[in-house]
Each structure stands twice: as structure tokens, then as C-alpha cells.
Design a protein around this ligand. Structure first.
Ligand SMILES: CC(C)(COP(=O)(O)OP(=O)(O)OC[C@H]1O[C@@H](n2cnc3c(N)ncnc32)[C@H](O)[C@@H]1OP(=O)(O)O)[C@@H](O)C(=O)NCCC(=O)NCCS
Length: 419
């Protein structure tokens, strides 16, 4: 599809920061006070920022921005441990005066073309509304377990946890950014961003007054083993005086930890601030070992929701980059409405954990759409589950089980950052 008539695609630099903010503040219904308007300058990856501009008077004042999007450059961990260049779609907004004219569809084409040209075989995003991106081949690859924990949450003991050293400070990208980088780089679960652009650090530490809703400024907990950081959390407390006394809330915005021992120490601190009665904390994988340390899983009010949506942009490159749990030799018919180069039958020959993928004219053993392949890619959703739901079609008996066994991960994927 081409850009709708009366509009044109452009790259935008920091000189248009306020105009971008204008479009996104209309799209996402927020207002940034003038004193904070420069925040976008720090966290926008300008070399990857794009817009759609009004090109003629039939659509408004020529030169006005109608829609914007950008992407973060991530190095994402995938099954087998490799870290692959990944394009994290962000800041997608269409001004309400230009909605439903195909501008998002055109921006998605633009995003796919530019990501592929940079050698990024995978795109990921966090969806404002879950329905929007599935039509573009994004599948739900990572879910998020959210816990609401009471003060002094009951945890089973884990050796060595109480000896870990804890610091609590006001969060600062300059002071603490390297700590987050260090812990992220060691995170092994598929879906975790192991390398981050400087703008992602700025975004992670962003602390606008309009987002605080009466809470304190952004704080950080750092857990160390000796000098080595093993866990961190960015959080805010909001005090609430009720007739029966203080009942403040701790909101953990984002956190990372290298193992259950470090998570135990981190959560113990976050659930034991004076005057606070609850701590809400997401980003747990459903099989995170820490969850088995909760004495009262029912009391943790576990809620599961979507987190990372994943789009495979280059089938061959993406399938060859990860490793596999079982041998298989299958002809996979991929359906893909946006990226023609993917939409064909591919033979995946998987031996000793590695796949060789090449186009074939053989009859397919299985038909799978880009969206389902994206959902299964990190090992979080099984092909058997998708087949059971009628979303994968088997032409050769046993093909779904064979692919499922091959793509099965060692554990659930996870994703802890917002972007
Ligand atoms: C969501 C948004 C980007 C859509 O932009 P748009 O230019 O109106 O979208 P398009 O006209 O290109 O629509 C493309 C398709 O998506 C569908 N669609 C658009 N927004 C949708 C939504 N919120 N829910 C479900 N479907 C949606 C359209 O119906 C259309 O479907 P079709 O092509 O299959 O008929 C825009 O409305 C917006 O900025 N919303 C507020 C901010 C937001 O949610 N941004 C996304 C951040 S993750």
C-alpha cells in the first residue's frame, strides 16, 4: 500500500520535537507543561523518528504533522542465548483529525521497510490496545504476571538472600544507568533486552510530574552481591492517610534481577517501607522461580496480561538465529499479508539445535501465519497450543507436534522494560 493521497512520509529531527509532542499529546490524551516539554529531546531516537506530513491543502495546512512513530534499537535475547538486533516500535500516534485514513497502515509499512534495511529481522512493541497490531502480523510472544503484595509479604527463605547489600536512592539515569545496563546484559530469558540505546535509558528514567499522580519522585533500589549489582527496581511511593492510619502504595515501575536470591531481597525491601501497605509489581514470567517462594500465592492477586508483541520481519534470518530443542525437517507455508518475501513455503531442516531455512516448492507440512510464528518465536506460546486453537493448519500428521517440540523453550520468555 502507498501513502494515502495528500500526505507524505518524512524523517523528523529534534527541531520538530514540539510538533511530535503535539501529535502524540492529542493521540494519547495528555498535556505536558511547558517546563517539561524538552523531555522528548532526550529520549527520542532521532535517527529512527518518522512522521507523516500533510502534503497538500486537501488534508490541512501543508507541512503540518499528522502522524508520528519511532523505534528503539534493542539487542534482544532469543532462545539459545544469542542477542539479535530488534526494532522496538514506539510513540505511534495519529492526530485525531487524521484518523482512519490509513496513516497507521502506511507507518507500519515504513517501519517494516526501514527495520529490514537496517538488518533487523524482528520488531517488537507494547500495545496501547491489543487489537491494533495483530492485523500487521504481531503475535503475543511475552505475557506479564503482575503481583499485588502486602506489607511484609511472607516468603520462604533462600540461602544467602539476607546477606545481599541494599541501597535506596533517588533515581538518576546518569548515576544508575550503567547498573541497569550491567544487569540487563546478563539477563538470560528470551525477550529480555540485553543491550539498550542511550535513549532507552533516558526513557526508563523519565519522571514527568504529569505521570506521578501525587506520588513521590522516581526512586531506585539496588541490590548488590559484594560490589556487583544483581537486582534493581525503579519505584514510587504514594502516601494515603485513611481513617485507620497510613495505607500508602508502592508502585514498582520496572525492575530486573539475576536470580531468585536477588529477587527475594529486592521484593523484601519493596514490601517493607514504612507507611506503605501494598506493593504492585509486574514483569514476572509465569515460571519465575521467585513465585514458588511466595507463601501465599492467592494473596499475591496474580494477574496475567499481554506484554511484548513480536513480528518476524525476515523469516529466514529470524528462524536461523535461534536454537531448537529437537530435530525436525518440515516444509512450512508462511502466510504474510504485509511482507511478500516471507509469504512462501520454507523448508526448515533442524539438526543439533540449529536450523537451515531455505525456500522450497515442496508441498507444505504445515501452514502458519506470521502472527502465530511471532507468538511462538521466543518459546512462550507452543505450536501445539496454536494448532489446538485452529490457528495452525497441519497437512502432514505429526507436523505440529514436531515443530512444537523443536521450538519449545527452556522456560517462559520475559520482558521487563516499557518503551
Ligand atoms: C491507533 C491509531 C494509531 C490508528 O491510526 P489510524 O491512522 O487511524 O489507523 P489506520 O487508518 O491506518 O487503520 C489501520 C487499520 O487498523 C484498524 N484500527 C485502527 N485503530 C484501531 C484500534 N484502536 N482498535 C482496533 N483496530 C484499529 C483500522 O480499522 C484499520 O483496519 P483495516 O485496515 O483492516 O480496515 C490512532 O487511532 C491513534 O493514534 N490512537 C491513539 C494512540 C494509540 O493508541 N497509539 C498506538 C500506540 S501502541
Amino acid at each position: 500500500m502507498s501513502t494515502p493521497s495528500g500526505y507524505r512520509r518524512i524523517s523528523v529531527d529534534s527541531s520538530r520535537s514540539r510538533e511530535i509532542l503535539h501529535v502524540d499529546s492529542f493521540a494519547f490524551a495528555f498535556t505536558v507543561p511547558a517546563k517539561d516539554e524538552d523531555f522528548l529531546d532526550r529520549m527520542m531516537p532521532w535517527d529512527r523518528a518518522r512522521a507523516i506530513e500533510v502534503a497538500d491543502e486537501s488534508r490541512g495546512t501543508p507541512g503540518t504533522l499528522a502522524a508520528v512513530h519511532a523505534s528503539f534499537a534493542f539487542g534482544m535475547r532469543i532462545p539459545g542465548g544469542a542477542v539479535v538486533p530488534t526494532s522496538g516500535l514506539t510513540w505511534v500516534g495519529v492526530h485525531p483529525g487524521h484518523r482512519r485514513r490509513g496513516l497507521l497502515r502506511d507507518m507500519i509499512d515504513d517501519h517494516f521497510e526501514r527495520s529490514l534495511a537496517r538488518g533487523e529481522a524482528i520488531s517488537v512493541l507494547i500495545a496501547a490496545e491489543t487489537e491494533i497490531y495483530q492485523r500487521f502480523g504481531y503475535g503475543l510472544a511475552v505475557t506479564d504476571c503482575h503481583l499485588e503484595l502486602g506489607r511484609g509479604v511472607g516468603l520462604r527463605d533462600i540461602a544467602g538472600s539476607s546477606e545481599l547489600h541494599v541501597e535506596v536512592d533517588t533515581a538518576s539515569a546518569d548515576k544508575h544507568g550503567t547498573i541497569i545496563r550491567e544487569v540487563q546484559a546478563q539477563a538470560q530469558r528470551p525477550g529480555m533486552f540485553a543491550t539498550l540505546a542511550p535513549q532507552t535509558i533516558a526513557d526508563t528514567f523519565m519522571d514527568l510530574e504529569i505521570d506521578r499522580d501525587g506520588a513521590e519522585e522516581l526512586r531506585i533500589v539496588i541490590v548488590r552481591e559484594g560490589a556487583r549489582p544483581v537486582a534493581w527496581a525503579l519505584f514510587q511511593r504514594k502516601l494515603d492517610w485513611t481513617p485507620s492510619g497510613p495505607a500508602g502504595k508502592v508502585r514498582v515501575r520496572t525492575w530486573g534481577a539475576l536470580d531468585a536470591k536477588a529477587t527475594h531481597r529486592l521484593v523484601s525491601v519493596l514490601c517493607d517501607f514504612d507507611l506503605m501497605s501494598t506493593t504492585s509489581m509486574g514483569s514476572f514470567a509465569s515460571d519465575d522461580p521467585f513465585l514458588t517462594l511466595l507463601k501465599d500465592i492467592r494473596g499475591a492477586k496474580v494477574a496475567v496480561k499481554d506484554k511484548l508483541w513480536l513480528r518476524i520481519l525476515d523469516v529466514k534470518a529470524a528462524l536461523e538465529a535461534r536454537t531448537y530443542s529437537a530435530d525436525a525437517d518440515l516444509a512450512l507455508a508462511i502466510t504474510d499479508d504485509q511482507l511478500e518475501a516471507n509469504a512462501r513455503t520454507w523448508r526448515a531442516t533442524i539438526t543439533n539445535g540449529a536450523a537451515i531455512v531455505s525456500a522450497t516448492t515442496d508441498a507444505p507440512d504445515l501452514t502458519i501465519a506470521a502472527q502465530e510464528l511471532g507468538a511462538a518465536y521466543l518459546g512462550g506460546t507452543s505450536i501445539i497450543q496454536l494448532h489446538g486453537a485452529g490457528l495452525v493448519t497441519e497437512h502432514t500428521q505429526g507436523a505440529a507436534t514436531a515443530l512444537s517440540n523443536a521450538m519449545a523453550g527452556q522456560g517462559q520468555p520475559a520482558s521487563n522494560l516499557y518503551f
